[in-house]
Design a protein around this ligand. Structure first.
Ligand code: EPU
Length: 416
């Protein structure tokens, strides 16, 4: 297993190209299955999760080709309506195959995704929505077996789940009649999916709002789309620049998708300017303690919670970080403590006392964003940090070491 060795203390300096968003790319890939033809997706990040999704899609008989940041998906022939356990267990987003295959073929057999590093992540909202659209759903040996035909209906989501919104959109666009989805997620990744589906010939209104109206159509056609920039990758480099007192331009970052993160950063004393093609972050001056509480978009993203906590270790005062989306997403706390962070936990509330100058140590990655927070901590810490189990990072950060090296970090990957 690979490790990262990081020698901390260097201010990050220069420009970093923000990649296409993982969480936007995965739903677009699933959507390609709804069209009988060849879809092309540009600005695709080269990530393990994207490769896993491509394998899930290939399993159905569709053909994927990844070249120079563009992915083509030829879904002219689908001969299997299944997403197998071996693939789904490694990546929860492969559960999008439920909506995609129901939409395309009227039936699907998709492995239940199971839990993840920070506790259970149920799919009850996905399934009750599918049932409301007329799907017959059964659980058989760990697989959800779903059968259409689907008919439009009014569906009110119990919670604005990103994944359930994606799945229900994929299922409803080719259902008969009109579907109204209420209390849906409004993340930019959902807006980008709605936009691609409409380009494919779907009839969806209510973009960017919490109610989507879908008028079912008989068929959809293949299109060419570009994946939106990754707001979480941008936020991660923003925090790294600020905590290392660096000066980094986040090229192609979309400030509109980062409103809450930028507002909190400004409150904490992080200096940044929006430029014509991104955001320049200048880590000068002291950082102030600022509380955050995660919420659905446009609230503070849970996917930035761990990185924000790391930033707060260097801020003057006491700050609270509350995760309301995932109550147990705090595996990074004990690792940050190994680096010297002063954090105490009570339920889903972390209390951070700053500023401390962290010192290098051996730490372990536990999940994608927790790992990102450790990388940031290591970049700012005095001395050498060794981060093990870094395969989590390869799921969601494209070329992490080379991007950081270009910014002046002393980082290398070694194999055990
Ligand atoms: N939930 C339910 N029932 C459901 C679905 C969700 O109770 O049927 C609950 C979850 O347990 C959680 C909340 O609803 O408490 C939000 O979950 P959501 O369904 O919105 O999350 P997701 O679709 O599984 C996506 C991202 C995650 C990100 C969350 C929240 C993708 C592929 N994944 O997951 O990203 O944390 O939304 O914003 O888009 C990451 O990139 O590191 C990552 C984990």
């Amino acid at each position: 297993m690979d490790k990262l060795i990081i020698e901390g203390g260097m201010p990050l300096q220069g420009e970093v190209q923000i990649a296409g968003a993982k969480n936007a790319a995965l739903p677009l890939m699933a959507a390609a299955l709804l069209a009988d033809g060849q879809t092309t997706l540009h600005n695709m990040p080269s990530l393990v999760d994207v490769k896993t999704m491509a394998r899930v899609i290939d399993w159905t008989g569709a053909k994927t080709t990844f070249e120079n940041g563009s992915l083509t998906i030829d879904a002219s022939d689908i001969n299997r309506i299944e997403a197998p356990y071996e693939l789904v267990k490694t990546m929860r987003a492969s559960f999008y195959m439920l909506g995609a295959l129901l939409g395309r073929a009227g039936e699907a057999k998709v492995s239940l995704p199971g839990g993840c590093a920070w506790g259970p992540r149920p799919v009850d909202i996905h399934l009750s929505g599918m049932r409301a659209l007329g799907a017959e759903i059964e659980l058989d040996q760990g697989y959800i077996i779903a059968k259409g035909p689907l008919r439009g209906n009014n569906v009110v989501l119990d919670f604005p789940s990103v994944g359930a919104t994606v799945n229900l959109l994929l299922a409803a666009v080719r259902a008969e009649g009109e579907t109204v989805l209420e209390n849906v997620a409004r993340e930019p990744e959902i807006t980008s999916l709605v936009s691609m589906l409409n380009s494919m010939g779907a009839r969806i209104t209510g973009e960017r709002t919490s109610t989507l109206k879908i008028h079912g159509v008989d068929s959809l056609h293949a299109v060419t789309e570009t994946v939106i920039p990754d707001r979480i990758e941008a936020g991660t480099y923003l925090v790294a620049a600020a905590l290392t007192a660096g000066d980094v331009t986040l090229k192609s970052a979309e400030p509109e998708h980062l409103t809450m993160v930028l507002a909190k950063a400004a409150e904490a004393g992080v200096k940044f300017t929006v430029t014509t093609d991104g955001i320049r972050v200048e880590g000068r001056g002291a950082l102030r303690a600022v509380d955050v509480e995660t919420a659905v978009y446009p609230g503070f993203p849970t996917d930035m919670q761990a990185q924000w906590m790391t930033l707060m270790t260097g801020a003057d005062g006491v700050s609270l970080v509350v995760d309301t989306i995932y109550q147990d997403r705090f595996a990074h706390v004990s690792e940050l403590q190994r680096l010297g962070a002063r954090v105490s936990m009570k339920e889903n509330v972390a209390r951070i006392h700053g500023p401390v100058r962290m010192r290098g140590a051996q730490v372990m990655s536990t999940d994608l964003r927790a790992s990102a927070s450790l990388v940031i901590a290591a970049l700012a810490a005095e001395g050498t940090t060794e981060i093990s189990r870094i395969y989590h990072l390869d799921r969601g950060y494209e070329n992490l070491e080379s991007k950081l090296e270009m910014l002046g970090a002393k980082i290398k990957r070694v194999s055990d």
